[in-house]
Design a protein around this ligand. Structure first.
Ligand SMILES: Nc1nc2c(ncn2[C@@H]2O[C@H](COP(=O)(O)OP(=O)(O)O)[C@@H](O)[C@H]2O)c(=O)[nH]1
Ligand SMILES: [Mg+2]
Length: 227
C-alpha cells in the first residue's frame, strides 16, 4: 500500500491548522488503497498551533524557522513514497488530493505543482500579490524557460525517490521557485490547474521583502548555474 505524506509548515497558525488538516480526504484516500501520514513542521510557534495539530492527528516535528528551512527539514523526514505539500492556512485544495495523485501515478510524474491562478477564489489573493506573483513567474520564464503559470505555488506533489535531485539551498520563501526550477530541469514534471481559497488567520508573507528577495534569488541562481 502506497503511503502518502501531507506536509505542512506552520508558524503561529492556531486559527487555521485544524481546519486545514480536516480538509485532507482521509477516508477517500484509504478507500482508494492509500495510507496517509500528516506531518507538520513547526518553526517555533508561540500559540496553540502545535497542540492543535497533534489533536487533529498530525505528527509534529520542530525545526529552525523559515519557509525553506522548514521544508528542507520536513521533506527529508517525510515517510511517504509520495509527498503532498501546502500551507497550513486552508488556501490549498487538499480536498482534491486523490484526483491529483491519480494523475501523478498514471502519467508517471516525479513532480507536480498546482497553478493557483486556474481557479482563484475572489479575494483569496490581493491585487498587489497577484502582480508580484505574475512578475516573478515571468522572470522565471525569461531566465530559466520554465513553462509554468505560477512559480510561487506552495502545493507540490513529489516522488520521494527523486527528492535529493531537486532540493535546493533556500532557507526562505525562494525555496518554492528553486524547487520548481530544479524539478523541471531534472525530473518528469508538470503543472496542473487548481483552486486557491481565502486564507484563515493572518498572512506571514512580507510582500515587499519576500518579493524582492525572490527576484534577487532568481538572478543569483541564473548566474550560478552558468558557471
Ligand atoms: N512566510 C513565512 N511562512 C512561514 C514561515 N514559517 C512557516 N511558514 C508557513 O508557511 C506558509 C506560508 O506562509 P503564508 O503567510 O501563508 O504566505 P502566503 O501563502 O504566500 O501568503 C504558512 O503555512 C506559514 O505558517 C516563515 O518563516 N515565513
Ligand atoms: Mg499561505
Amino acid at each position: 500500500m502506497v503511503l502518502i505524506t501531507f506536509l505542512m509548515p506552520t508558524l503561529n497558525e492556531e486559527e487555521s491548522i485544524e481546519a486545514t488538516i480536516r480538509t485532507i480526504p482521509l477516508r477517500k484516500l484509504q478507500q482508494a488503497g492509500y495510507r496517509v501520514e500528516v506531518l507538520v513542521v513547526d518553526g517555533g510557534s508561540t500559540d496553540k498551533t502545535v497542540t492543535l495539530a497533534q489533536k487533529a492527528g498530525a505528527r509534529v516535528i520542530k525545526s529552525e524557522r523559515g519557509y525553506g528551512k522548514q521544508y528542507q527539514f520536513g521533506l527529508k523526514r517525510a515517510k511517504g513514497e509520495i509527498i503532498i505539500t501546502g500551507d497550513s492556512d486552508g488556501t490549498y485544495p487538499f480536498e482534491d488530493a486523490l484526483r491529483y495523485i491519480k494523475i501523478f501515478e498514471t502519467r508517471n510524474f516525479d513532480f507536480v505543482t498546482i497553478n493557483r491562478f486556474a481557479h482563484l477564489e475572489k479575494n483569496a489573493m490581493s491585487p498587489l500579490t497577484q502582480i508580484g506573483n505574475l512578475g516573478l513567474t515571468f522572470w522565471t520564464f525569461l531566465l530559466f524557460g520554465l513553462p509554468i503559470r505560477d512559480s510561487q505555488s506552495g502545493m507540490w506533489i513529489i516522488r520521494k525517490t527523486i527528492l535529493k535531485q531537486i532540493l535546493g539551498h533556500s532557507s526562505g520563501m525562494s525555496f518554492s521557485q528553486e524547487l520548481k526550477i530544479n524539478a523541471f530541469r531534472r525530473v518528469r514534471s508538470a503543472e496542473l490547474p487548481g483552486r486557491y481559497k481565502i486564507r484563515l488567520g493572518e498572512t506571514k508573507l512580507l510582500k515587499w521583502k519576500d518579493g524582492w528577495g525572490n527576484l534577487k534569488h532568481l538572478f543569483s541562481m541564473r548566474i550560478k548555474s552558468n558557471r
